[in-house]
Design a protein around this ligand. Structure first.
Ligand code: MN
Length: 767
């Protein structure tokens, strides 16, 4: 990058002097120093870069700050921020340095501008999410957007340097968002220039054509205007007014737009002439009255067109615009639109936001329409659910729409966009009124909620106690506020239904001593063909899924389960379980339940083929016990020793005692074998209550473990205030096992009650 030449540096300094000298409205020494320092930093930071056109880069921020100072009229903070607007983005000056040297406010604005700089830099189409980000900066400081507009304006003015493709892209973004944004900020002059420049680069031929026609007709137009203005000038002067009166040429874009969208030929559009009267109001008399006085003087000269009076003096536009427009029949049978404004109104119209703030504290005490709009934008931005693309569309909608004014039953004015419906109005009043709206009365006539309102309508909303929000309502409304509220209401309604459904299901399941486990829900979801549990709850909540067949659905599977137990086969004899036998199977049943506690004897009949030594026909079950000396567990090689009493004691094969017994009492030895077998078991649930003794939990678990052929599924015990409660689910093979367990639990000191609870469902799928 070529260093700056002496001439270039001189030119830069000259332009800066122009800026500084032009800022006569900035008098404070510190403000002026702020601008000088901002320039010096920006100059230094950009010193090695040039724009596409080849000119030194610093000329761009200089030009932007001139637009800010002279065309928009913002103060020292904004001018400094404009000078620095590309510094953080394009050079290595950190934001901290800006904050340190120029203060928090300038830093916030520069940061906002840095953040949004990438908004449109993608080569693809509009980056909706980025645009949203850009508007978020608006809630930080609205000057960010205004400086961004000035930046865009200067870029548009110097667009020639870019390639055709880039020109088209930038020009398109400009017409899509920047011009409407300028309009919404009340920056009419900038909006108009952006529109014209955009047209120039998007459709150069059309632009040239319209421009040519305008120039060809300029002379005639000027003559008619002069003719029209002369008597007005005289009359106003003799009435003592201080004023300017100008013929207002239409913008190229507005002519093109009307030709395009309304199918009106150039001549007809151009025929509509317009003049603007800007006067200095007399102090002490309301400006509104003075505007109407001027109106009266003009209509003394020319006949007004009755339906073409626009009174934005009594009711300013949402962007703050104030003026009185009237169309009158001028000389040579031509309609002329006359805009009547005070100096203040004119400044607001030309400089929009900036002027608006300037006058805010003096004349307009109440919250202006622009304030309200900014508030709305902030509300929209704070809407967490807003989809980015939807947001941009709605934002654009709000930018473009002109407003209608309607009245509440008490005569209060509400401003709504064109095409707003009764439902929009309801939501404008209050979100609760919207949510409970049923119908409306417009000018005392009953209408449906989607009735489109007209300016001047008096609207009354009829509500009902019950909320009636429907999804279709989203199609009824045009305001972002109504849309957002309806969306939220639908969402919370869904949430409400879901919660209600959940409560209903829980209550019903509780009747069966159940809680909504994943398995139960899965069964219900399958049975009712819903995709997820929220949908299930929601449908239950809405009554679309009944709970009457709950039992049937849950009963589809029995509470029974095939469980693998260790069994002890005692060949040639019948055996029955002994409570002394307790061994844990080391293979947990499928499903992760605790290992089965079972050691059982098979019946003799199941072992008939074995080389049985038992006497045939012995019908009595044989008791057995595991020997204390060697404590065999399932899987060990074991032998049985049948005592004279008939009880078989089980020893490990290599137990010294067993070896001795075999040696001495060989005839009393019975062959035994551990086997694994699968037995159908039944889920039972027992409830235990008692006094919360210090070791009661371990006693209970030990008792269950030592007990029967029980396979514990869940144990749940809790103690409070000296009382404890336990809920145990286990698989048993039959009621005898269960009863025996209950009996034993009752023997534990401190236990008050042991009760079997009904289970009427099953949560397990068959294995
Ligand atoms: Mn820039």
């Amino acid at each position: 990058m070529a260093a700056l030449s002496h001439t270039e540096e001189q030119e830069i300094r000259r332009q800066f002097q122009e800026l500084l000298e032009g800022c006569t409205f900035i008098r404070s020494e510190s403000d002026r120093s702020l601008i000088v320092r901002a320039f010096e930093l920006a100059f230094k930071a950009h010193s090695s870069t040039r724009r596409k056109s080849g000119e030194p880069y610093i000329l761009h921020p200089l030009a932007v700050s001139k637009i800010i100072a002279f065309e928009i009229g913002l103060g020292a903070t904004s001018i400094a921020a404009a000078l620095l607007h590309d510094v953080v983005e394009d050079t290595d000056v950190p934001l901290d340095l800006i904050r340190r040297d120029f203060g928090e406010r300038v830093a916030i604005i520069v940061n906002g501008l840095t953040k949004i700089s990438g908004v449109f830099d993608k080569d693809s189409s509009l980056q909706a999410e980025n645009f949203r980000k850009m508007l978020i900066t608006l809630s930080e400081d609205v000057r960010v957007i205004i400086i961004k507009l000035a930046d865009r304006l200067h870029n548009m003015r110097t667009l020639d340097a870019l390639s055709e493709q880039k020109r088209f892209k930038i020009a398109s973004e400009t017409i899509y968002l920047y011009a409407p944004l300028a309009h919404r900020m009340g920056l009419y002059a900038i909006k108009q220039e952006l529109e014209d420049l955009s047209l120039k680069y998007r459709h150069p031929h059309i632009y040239q054509q319209v421009l040519q026609q305008v120039q060809d007709n300029e002379e005639t137009r000027a003559r008619i205007i002069d003719e029209f203005v002369a008597p007005v000038r005289e009359k106003l002067t003799s009435a003592g007014y201080q004023f300017d009166i100008t013929g207002r040429p239409k913008s190229i874009y507005s002519i093109y737009y009307k030709m395009q969208h309304k199918g009106i030929p150039f001549e007809e559009i151009y025929d509509l002439l317009a003049v603007r009267i800007v006067f200095d109001p007399e102090p002490g008399i309301p400006e509104k009255n003075q505007c109407w006085s001027v109106y009266s003087l003009i209509t003394d000269l020319y006949t007004p067109k009755q339906d073409r009076i626009r009174d934005w003096v009594s009711l300013p536009k949402a962007n703050g615009y104030e003026a009185l427009h009237v169309t009158v029949m001028g000389p040579r049978g031509k309609w002329v639109e006359v805009q009547i404004r005070t100096r203040r109104m004119d400044e607001i119209a030309e400089k929009g936001f900036a002027a608006h703030w300037k006058y805010k504290n003096s004349t307009l005490q109440q919250e202006s329409e622009l304030d309200k709009w900014l508030k709305k934008v902030r509300e929209m931005l704070n809407e967490p659910n807003a989809d980015a693309i939807e947001f941009v569309n709605e934002f654009k909608m709000n930018l473009f729409s002109s407003e209608i004014q309607v009245f509440t039953p008490k005569g209060h004015i509400k401003t709504l966009p064109v095409k707003a419906t009764a439902l929009d109005f309801a939501y404008e009043i209050h979100s609760e009124i919207g949510n409970s709206a049923m119908a409306a009365k417009v000018n005392y006539k009953l209408v449906p909620l989607n009735h489109v309102l007209n300016s001047g309508d008096q609207v009354e909303i009829i509500t009902s106690d019950k909320k009636r929000i429907q999804r279709e309502w989203l199609d009824y409304v045009v305001t972002a506020k109504a849309k957002g509220t309806i969306m939220n209401a639908i969402k919370s309604e869904n949430k409400h239904r879901t919660e209600k459904g959940k409560e209903m299901l829980e209550a019903r399941l509780k009747e069966f001593n159940l809680a909504p486990s994943a398995r139960i829900l899965k069964k219900l979801m399958d049975a009712h063909k819903v995709a997820n549990k929220d949908e299930l709850y929601s449908k239950i909540g809405m009554g679309l899924v009944g709970l009457d067949d709950l039992q049937k659905i849950l009963r589809k599977n029995t509470p029974n389960k095939w469980i693998r137990y260790w069994q002890l086969q005692i060949f040639g004899t019948k055996s029955k379980p002994s409570r002394d036998v307790q061994e844990a199977g080391d293979e947990a049943p499928t499903g992760g339940a605790p290992a089965g506690l079972a050691a059982s004897a098979t019946s003799a009949t199941s072992a008939t083929s074995a080389a049985s030594t038992a006497s045939a026909g012995d019908e009595l079950p044989v008791s057995f016990r595991t020997a204390r000396c060697c404590n065999p567990i399932p899987g060990d090689d074991v032998i049985g020793y049948k005592s004279p009493g008939g009880v078989v004691s089980i020893h490990k094969s290599r137990c010294p005692n067993a070896v001795r017994m075999v040696a001495n009492h060989g005839d009393m030895i019975v062959p035994v074998k551990w086997t694994m077998s699968t037995i159908l078991s039944f889920l039972v649930r027992i409830e235990i209550k008692g006094i919360d003794r210090y070791d009661i939990y371990s006693q209970i678990t030990r008792s269950i473990a030592e007990g029967l052929n029980a396979n514990i599924r869940t144990i749940n015990m809790s103690g409070h205030d000296g009382i404890f409660e336990g809920m145990i689910e286990l698989y048993v093979r039959n009621t005898r096992d269960l009863e025996s367990l209950i009996t034993r639990l009752k023997e534990i000191k401190g236990i008050e009650s042991v009760k079997r609870l009904d289970i009427r469902q099953e949560e397990d799928t068959p294995e």
